[in-house]
Write a protein that binds this ligand. Structure first.
Ligand code: UDP
Length: 324
């Protein structure tokens, strides 16, 4: 199988590329390095079946040529991370909406299977936890930039499903829940790399808000397995799937675990949201996936627990002290 991964030099893309190469497939990455990094894929250079182009997906002639080559497109190129979304709202909307638009347009010309990476953020403030794929989306007002990310990804989902309905383009939509693991950067706000780097450097661990908000963290290797299982399953086409690990933790409990694990002696400090992000920032109180749909279709089960994930991330930052 030949797979084109847009955003392939990002954290998830680089793990997906590695898994495909390990199982004898060919991989082409297209990435403009806006948030991705050559460091994520340097270890793949020279492997048989591996190639990449540093270019934006909005360069349509280049995109079309790459889509022509592949059997499957996994579209991961996007503006992600709450910090980036709050700081660069124009870029978030344009990248996420226009990027997906051109990927679907060119994939439709060739009839290629497209996996669209969406996000658990689309469930917004919904209280219907755990979230099911057919549940209502509950978003805040347009005056709060955070919701632009969920809206941009919801539009991506609508457009992909429209291509399936109207043009019979095979699409699979995955809603990723807080995916974590080695090589994820803390630069765009993600909590685990930030906490682990703070823990290892002896700085205070910064919990935003009161820390009672919860998240469910999935190991990137588990997520990659889920993506590959869906790609291989013809009945996944036209479907929307939660992809995550239902193990839930509050952010305060996460900070305490990281503090213990890294031997950090500083205090855990609470930072008000308006100081961490911007005035009026809204966070979601709980986020847990219902994974029964993907379980029933492809037998998906997460294998790596939060403790194991944290151990891997700590080991990664210990061996790459200059990252992040
Ligand atoms: N968070 C935190 N300290 C940080 C970074 C994030 O307490 O240094 C919180 C953040 O407010 C949110 C949770 O951790 O409640 C997860 O944040 P992340 O940005 O990783 O993902 P998302 O908000 O998209 O779930």
């Amino acid at each position: 199988m030949r797979t084109l991964i847009t955003g392939g030099a990002g954290f998830i893309g680089s793990h997906l590329a590695e898994a495909l190469l390990d199982t004898g497939h060919e991989v082409f990455l297209l990435d403009n390095l806006s948030t991705g990094s050559i460091n994520n894929i340097i270890h793949l250079k020279g492997r048989p079946g591996f190639a990449y182009t540093i270019e934006s997906i909005t360069n349509e002639p280049v995109l079309a040529e790459h889509i022509d080559w592949c059997d499957v497109v996994v579209h991961l190129a996007a503006a992600v991370g709450v910090r980036l979304i709050v700081d660069a709202p124009v870029r978030t909307i344009e990248t996420n909406v226009h990027g997906t638009e051109v990927v679907l347009k060119h994939a439709a010309k060739k009839g290629r299977l497209v996996v669209i990476a969406s996000t658990s953020e689309v469930y917004g403030k919904s209280a219907a936890v755990p979230f099911r794929e057919d549940a209502d989306l509950v978003l805040g007002p347009t005056l709060k930039h955070r919701w632009a990310y969920a809206c941009s990804k919801a539009i991506d989902e609508f457009l992909a499903l429209a291509y399936w309905k109207e043009k019979k383009l095979p699409v699979v939509i995955i809603r990723l829940f807080n995916t974590v693991g080695p090589r994820q950067t803390g630069r765009y706000g993600m909590v685990i790399p930030n906490f682990v780097q703070q823990g290892l450097s002896g700085r205070p661990i910064t919990v935003y808000g009161d820390g009672k908000q919860s998240r469910s963290f999935a190991y990137v290797g588990d997520v990659v397995r889920g993506v590959l299982a869906l790609v291989a399953e013809p009945r996944a086409v036209g479907g929307v799937f939660n992809l995550g690990n239902p193990e839930e933790t509050t952010i305060l409990a996460l900070a305490e675990r990281v503090k213990r694990l890294t031997g950090n002696r500083s205090e855990i400090v609470n930072v008000p949201y308006e100081q961490a992000y911007e005035a009026g920032f809204e966070d979601m109180p709980r986020r847990v996936p219902d994974i029964s749909k993907i379980q029933a279709l492809v037998g998906y089960e997460p294998r790596v627990s939060l403790d194991e994930i944290l151990a891997k991330v700590v080991a990664h930052f210990q061996s790459h002290p200059n990252e992040g």
